[in-house]
Design a protein. Structure first.
Length: 294
């Protein structure tokens, strides 16, 4: 096992907190005041994540922390005979089913070619032919204009957790009636939500995985979520990102907007592929150490 002295691990923990602060620090302070944000809330509410889960630092399995009383009672940790603190083998054994399930969905997703032709229409399908909306913001093209975009396009959603929120008329327009049980057979790496789910997997596997992987997945999920909402039917006028910049719409009802969406989606998929490979490798390593004990 690798061992980290207190000055080293506290510096790493501080760097992690500083990175999350740069990404969403203003949002976290807004959240404490009860202020909602239509873009960033999703990364905490939908994924049932507490801010402390994202800002908190963990070294990952196989790393011993010296002089670390803060971790002695933390979930999944144990104190060794030499006083060092590390994630326990018992915790790995308890979570091994989740590790293997994560590896399975991640590897299955990576095995397929990325599909870039959805243009983010899943958000439009969630308000197709209905008066109900998922956000309080107005529809940029109005209800009739939104319906027309769906009817002129082609739904091709591969992600169940988006598909399950489609309106009933929209479900029939998707070529596949997706189910949760079939997710491992349908996920593909071009999907923004499949990429955002890497953040979900890292959250669930913490503290077995290091917080550098969690921070990278959170960073990418934030980028994907921003594109998701910028290409959505909602008018986000007045809503700004963490730097105070307005969210620039990606009007996927136009040729220019669709081209911009594919360009940004492709960049996200490229980053997701590298992150997916790292997560898969980490999971395989955890399975191996659980099997061999070293």
């Amino acid at each position: 096992m690798q061992a980290l002295a207190r000055p080293e691990w506290t510096a790493r923990a501080a760097d992690h907190r500083a990175r999350i602060e740069r990404l969403v620090g203003p949002y976290l302070r807004m959240r404490r005041r009860g202020v909602k944000h239509p873009v960033i809330d999703f990364l905490f509410t939908y994924y049932s994540a507490r801010p402390a889960q994202v800002t908190g630092w963990h070294p990952g399995y196989g790393v011993v922390l010296r002089d670390a009383p803060e971790f002695e009672d933390a979930r999944g940790y144990e104190v060794g005979d030499d006083g060092g603190v590390a994630v326990s083998a018992e915790h790995l054994a308890d979570r091994l089913h989740l590790v293997t399930a994560t590896a399975r969905i991640v590897d299955a997703t990576a095995s397929r070619p990325a599909r870039m032709g959805c243009f983010g229409l899943h958000e439009w399908a969630m308000v197709y032919r209905t008066d109900e909306k998922r956000h309080p913001h107005p529809l940029r093209l109005g209800a009739a204009g939104t319906d027309a975009v769906v009817e002129a396009g082609r739904l091709q959603c591969t992600h169940y957790d988006a598909f399950r929120f489609f309106t009933e008329p929209a479900r029939g327009r998707n070529p596949i009636a997706l189910t949760r049980d079939d997710a491992v057979h349908n996920e593909q790496p071009g999907c923004l939500h499949a990429t955002m789910d890497l953040y979900r997997y890292c959250l669930r596997l913490s503290p077995l995985i290091g917080s550098d992987l969690l921070a990278d997945s959170f960073d990418l999920a934030l980028t994907a979520r921003e594109l998701d909402m910028r290409a959505s039917p909602y008018d986000l006028a007045g809503v700004t990102d963490m730097a105070g910049r307005p969210y620039e719409p990606v009007p996927i009802e136009t040729h220019e907007g669709r081209a911009r969406y594919v360009s940004e989606q492709t960049a996200i998929a490229r980053r997701g592929a590298a992150l997916r490979d790292r997560l898969s490798s980490t999971c395989r390593g955890l399975v191996e150490v659980s099997r061999t004990g070293r």
